[in-house]
Design a protein around this ligand. Structure first.
Ligand SMILES: Cc1cc2nc3c(=O)[nH]c(=O)nc-3n(C[C@H](O)[C@H](O)[C@H](O)COP(=O)(O)O)c2cc1C
Length: 360
């Protein structure tokens, strides 16, 4: 068992990725109960919902779990001319597609991070992971004082070093293959797409340069136990799998999304900015193609995300999966729909088998 697995109190170096909009307390609890580390993506959740969902996980399991947030400023002052342009374009698209829904200005563009952070501290999960930016040194200390293990997301070696220097206990490196939003923060275009094989060894070296042992968790395109072992051979202490868990019955991904994963051709899985204003990996569909010419003129995250959220909900309700964000990693078609506990057992079995095979 790796030292990280020991520290997490898990049996196998397997982390189920936080996936805001898809992870549920039921999924997280099932994974943790089965011996992995379940993570709840709480980036879109208001503080009370974070507390409620953490309580629900605790009602289902007494095993350790992780909560995950997006590190963002508390307030946003968008360019309202860009907002108006985006609304016009989105409303015209909905009209062309025969959907009655139209954009509106939300009361707030996103939950306030400082309030989410306070709720997370109160919920006191064993592990807290973060994407989109660094925490402040004070915030890192605040978590560690509560005995919460801090994991920061990095998409480059420089970001891994930045999190290590900031005092993170571990760094989750997100390879280009990964589904969902790019978690990086240092590089202007948000999307340096370093493949996981190139990233792990460089991130391990960069994190170690801070003078402490900072384990690296590998994320991106890992769908089975052999992939987990490959990441470990390259220097990772654990693997974080997202897409692999999306089609579990406990995931709240829509049925159409789950079905589309199975048919996802690797070449159709792209980095997309037009749903949320931030680069994220998912399936290219009719919406993505329709918005292609507009991408550079759209507002940034979370403004565009808030504008498109009601449209995506209405499109999903109307059975128009071709207008909905279906995030997934490059290996989506290898997803194996089954209850989360069974998937964890299968991954662990494959991982151990691969270890034995490699040893011979
Ligand atoms: C639907 C979806 C939502 C995601 N949401 C989050 C999130 O809320 N926070 C986060 O740190 N990472 C998020 N990720 C990224 C994962 O942490 C991880 O990097 C990714 O799932 C790994 O690649 P894979 O999907 O190929 O396994 C998300 C990924 C997916 C597929």
């Amino acid at each position: 068992m790796s030292s990280l697995a020991q520290r997490f109190g898990i049996e196998c170096p397997l982390v189920q990725a936080p996936m805001a909009g898809a992870t549920t307390p039921e999924l997280v609890a099932a994974v943790s109960q089965a011996g992995g580390l379940g993570s709840l993506g709480a980036g879109y959740a208001e503080p009370q919902a974070i507390l409620d969902q953490a309580a629900r996980i605790r009602a289902l399991t007494d095993r350790p779990f992780a909560l995950n947030l997006f590190v963002l400023p508390d307030d946003f002052v968008p360019d309202m001319a860009a907002v108006a342009r985006a609304r016009e374009c989105l409303d015209a698209l909905m009209e062309r597609e025969g959907l009655a829904v139209r954009t509106s200005l939300p009361a707030r563009w996103a939950p306030r991070f400082s309030e989410q952070f306070a709720a997370l501290c109160e919920a006191r999960p064993a592990v807290a992971s973060f994407a989109f930016d660094l925490l402040t040194p004070v915030q890192v200390q605040e978590l560690q004082r509560r005995d919460i293990y801090v994991v920061g997301t990095a998409t480059t070696a420089a970001e891994a070093r930045a999190w290590a220097d900031r005092g993170a206990d571990a760094v989750c490196v997100q390879g280009a293959e990964a589904g969902g939003h790019r978690g990086g923060f240092l590089h202007a275009d948000e999307a340096p797409l370093i493949g996981l094989f190139a990233l792990i060894p460089q991130a391990v070296a960069a994190a170690a340069a801070c003078g402490r042992e900072v384990p690296v968790i590998a994320a991106g395109g890992i769908m089975d136990g052999a992939g987990m072992l490959a990441a470990e051979v390259l220097g990772a202490a654990a693997s974080q799998l997202g897409t692999a868990f999306l089609a579990c019955p406990e995931s709240s991904a829509a049925e159409a999304w789950k079905r589309d994963l199975l048919a996802a051709e690797d070449r159709r899985v792209a980095t997309i900015r037009s749903f949320s204003g931030r680069a994220a990996r998912g399936l290219r569909n009719r919406y993505v193609e329709a918005m292609e010419g507009m991408v550079d003129r759209l507002p940034a995250y979370p403004v565009l995300n808030a504008l498109t959220a009601p449209l995506r909900r209405a499109a999903a309700a109307a059975g128009r999966a071709d207008l909905v964000s279906e995030w997934c990693g490059q290996a989506a078609a290898r997803v194996r729909p089954q209850p989360a506990a069974e998937l964890v057992a299968r991954l662990m079995h494959e991982y151990r088998l691969a270890r034995r095979t490699l040893a011979h």
